[in-house]
Write a protein that binds this ligand. Structure first.
Ligand code: GUN
Length: 296
């Protein structure tokens, strides 16, 4: 019988831990940690994510700021806002929600963020520090996955981990982290992507699969070994007229057929998603307490 990796439950436990830490800080007369989120335009998914992040901040007692711009904002105006946030001592960390409108160079914006406030862990300095094992901000989704494995005491030592997808936000960093000499980690990692020829055979030999390619129900039961751990990062909105929202959040794993073969599996929704948000909270606390964030 498989066990569900319950991201909702674990994330509320972590939120409670953070809430207590914030309460202690405030009780000693300290300032509340402050997370800001920059949202450009009206992408439905982005608006929902940012709203969840702001709500989570309130739950743990952080200060939060939502800075919204019309999609016609110029790149220069957005970069000026990034500079303001970098220079504002009341903001410990912030994110610029992606995707940005096409006329704005996302990479340029990411690189303008002060890496000491980069709680998304997207700045090349944080990516580089992570890859050589220096203290850094880990990007939120990979960190959430590690935390979930950790809290369920899943021993990944020596596992063959297969990551499907090579995005900068999930595939690459989770592959790096699972390869580290650490727990969770110490895996032999294979990264599969759109040009991989023998995907099925590779997945069949996996002890741990991270599906992060963004194709609904891509991972089928014949690709999964008996007893494997399966982490589903997919969150595609598939139209569903029976729902009030008009869509169903669908993962990259054919859950109903894959789950019976697994030892552990994450559901969608309620698996990796809530862990991603809580990772951002963990990074904000880190930004607040890290001494190097104050050495400016
Ligand atoms: N868009 C999708 N996921 C993310 C994320 O984790 N951070 C930001 N900033 N944008 C995103």
């Amino acid at each position: 019988m498989y066990q569900i990796l319950d991201g909702r439950k674990v994330s509320s436990e972590i939120k409670e831990e953070i809430r207590q830490r914030v309460a202690e800080i405030v009780a000693k007369g300290g300032r509340r940690p402050h997370l800001a989120a920059v949202l450009v335009g009206h992408d439905g998914g982005s608006e929902t994510y940012v709203a969840s992040k702001v709500k989570a901040c309130e739950e743990v007692g952080f200060a939060s700021s939502l800075i919204s711009f019309d999609e016609n904002i110029t790149e220069e105006q957005l970069l000026q806002e990034v500079d303001r946030l970098n220079n504002n001592p009341d903001i410990d960390g912030y994110i610029v929600q992606l995707p940005l409108p096409k006329h704005i160079d996302e990479q340029k914006v990411m690189e303008r963020i002060d890496f000491r406030k980069d709680v998304d862990g997207f700045h090349p300095i944080n990516v580089g520090r992570t890859s050589i094992g220096l203290p850094s901000f880990l990007s939120a989704t990979p960190q959430g996955i590690l935390e979930l494995l950790n809290r369920y005491h899943i021993d990944t030592n020596g596992m063959h981990a297969v990551v499907i997808g090579r995005s900068n936000i999930v595939g690459k960093p989770i592959a790096t982290l699972l390869m580290r000499k650490a727990q969770p980690g110490n895996c032999t990692v294979t990264v599969c992507h759109s040009a991989t020829k023998n995907m099925k055979e590779i997945c069949q030999s996996a002890d741990l699969i991270v599906a992060a390619l963004g194709k609904p129900e891509f991972l089928k039961e014949d690709m999964v070994k008996e007893g494997a751990v399966v982490i589903d990062v997919g969150t595609t909105r598939v139209p569903d007229s029976t729902r009030k929202s008009g869509y169903k959040l669908t993962g990259d794993v054919d859950f109903d057929r894959v789950a019976p073969k697994c030892s552990y599996i994450t559901p969608v929704p309620g698996g990796v998603g809530p862990m991603t948000i809580v990772s951002l909270m963990m990074n904000t606390i880190k930004a607040y307490t890290w001494s190097y964030s104050k050495e400016k």
